[in-house]
Design a protein around this ligand. Sequence first.
Ligand SMILES: [Fe+2]
Length: 165
Amino acid sequence: MAKTSTGILHATRNDLGANAREVSVGVLNAALADAIDLTNGVRMAHWTVRGPQFAALHALFETFYDQLGGTTDEIAERVVQLGGTPDGTTQLVGAKSRLEPYPAGLRDGMDHVKALAARYAALAKEVRAGIAATGDAGDADTSDLLTGFSRTLDKGLWMLEAHLG
Ligand SMILES: [Fe+2]
């Protein structure tokens, strides 16, 4: 089992209490692993998609992983701001991600759309739970960051489901 950083906080002048920071670092690190895992799934879809909608899906998946890349950076940097260490290595992501493993053999465009829609929905659900947990712990800023992320995931889910009729 890979070691994670949650619970070991570095000193900071940030005025949030240790409990709030500890809750947020745990929630953020869980979301970070999921988001990096999802990014890699989207990249697999971008690389391997085949079929009549190739051009549109190849381009759409690129916008998705660009968005996810920006968000994962924000999440990881907030972990550090709160005194934590991002669980961002390949090994930690593999050990911690709550998403179903992305199937390596997918090729058909709609199979990729369905696989990504399931994972966008699953991650949005986890992130929404994190919005509440960090808000209740007193960290409105992390709650706000996660709120923005959930909105991005919901929009991505809409775009994916629009392909499915
Ligand atoms: Fe590319």
